[in-house]
Design a protein around this ligand. Structure first.
Ligand code: PLP
Length: 356
């Protein structure tokens, strides 16, 4: 560390993304990417825009905001565009938390919430999930400050009914409730329909998972128009051209072939339930999931051992350190071919452990 670095950043622990190893071709089930490529219309739109790279993109994002507004049944003024939904978390936390406005998030959840909370030096309330790994709604109702959680939650995959989220929204109308819906298209119910009813709700979504665009970096949030205006003010103080031309065009094109993405989500949900059955037959404990991944505990050995053994066999899954997560692994649901490779590597591994 240089002697130049600001005191406030000296002890930060940054977010650690899932590995993207380049050493060999893995069956990659560790970062919840889609196994399906983008729709051909998206590729064409990207190509078209690439020919205009010398020009700045539209800083207002008007065309994409209008397309998203139409798709979700809200007004364009309710939509805020971001370079990956992580940026939405950044702006919302920057705007609505400070030394006296705390943040509350679950103990087991997306790792970035804590990273931003630390970056902005916020007072934090870590709300433990209940014993069954569901979000403790009552605890969130009584927690102070902005409430942030993923629905479905990660890495558990468990979703919360919208009626329960409404209880949190109503518990204190003077604090923001941010619902991160990165995985909502794999079987959970979205809160977007509540945006007209609660001006303290922020719903964050991404193109990275269900819309096969993790590499393009596109996310958005939907909230009351006055919230969006405040976030726009911060965006214009930070990076007015946060969405590049190709990504903006890809985002519009993806909405034009909704059937393709819906069908892909259906396939992933079917594959998920097939894999669940097989894992349960092998004696694994598998949490219920409304996401494109499963969180599973092996009948023998630790989560870390399962992860390491599969890496050796060319299959990447995610293992997360931590008292409540380390005996589990998180498995992204990909194509059936990928899942067969995962299942046979797992079968082989469990047999090796039993025989040892
Ligand atoms: C993947 C993920 C994100 C980030 O998505 P990007 O749009 O790629 O930045 C946000 N929240 C959760 C819970 C995620 O799993």
């Amino acid at each position: 560390m240089t002697r130049f670095l600001s005191e406030q950043f000296r002890y930060l622990e940054p977010y650690v993304p899932g590995e993207q190893p380049q050493d060999k071709a893995y069956v990659k089930l560790n970062t919840n990417e889609s196994p399906f490529g983008p729709d051909p219309g998206v590729l064409k739109a990207v190509q078209r825009e690439a020919e205009r790279l010398q020009l700045y993109p539209d800083p207002t994002g008007k065309a994409l905001k209008e397309a998203l507004a139409k798709y979700y049944g809200v007004a364009a003024g309710n939509v805020f565009l971001v370079n990956g939904s992580d940026e939405a978390l950044n702006y919302a936390i920057m705007a609505y938390c400070d030394e006296i406005l705390p943040i509350a998030y679950p103990d087991v959840s997306y790792g970035f919430y804590k990273v931003f909370a630390d970056l902005y030096n916020l007072p934090q309330t870590v709300v433990p999930l209940k014993e069954d790994f569901t979000i403790d709604v009552d605890a969130f109702c009584s927690a102070k400050g902005m409430a942030v959680f993923a629905n479905p939650n990660a890495p558990t995959g468990i979703d919360l009914p919208v009626s329960e989220i409404e209880r949190i929204l109503q518990s204190d109308p003077d604090r923001i409730v941010l619902v991160d819906e990165a995985y909502v298209d794999f079987g959970a119910e979205s809160c977007i329909s509540l945006v007209g009813k609660y001006d303290n709700l922020i719903v964050v979504q991404t193109y990275s998972k269900a819309r096969s665009m993790a590499g393009a970096r596109l996310g958005f949030l939907i909230a009351d128009a006055s919230i969006v205006q405040e976030l726009e003010m911060l965006r214009y103080c930070t990076n007015p051209y946060n969405i590049n031309r190709m990504t903006m065009a890809a985002g519009i094109a993806a909405l034009e072939n909704d059937a393709y993405y819906k069908n892909n989500c259906r396939t992933i949900m079917e594959n998920r339930e097939t894999v669940r059955e097989k894992l349960e037959e092998m004696g694994c404990e598998v949490l219920p999931s409304s996401a494109n991944f499963l969180f599973a505990k092996p009948p023998i050995g630790t989560g870390e051992e399962w992860y390491l053994a599969l890496k050796e066999k060319g299959v990447l899954i995610r293992w997360l350190k931590g008292i409540r997560t380390s005996s589990y692994v998180r498995i992204t649901i990909g194509s059936m071919e990928q899942m067969k490779a995962f299942l046979s590597a797992t079968r082989e591994y469990l047999k090796e452990v039993q025989d040892a």
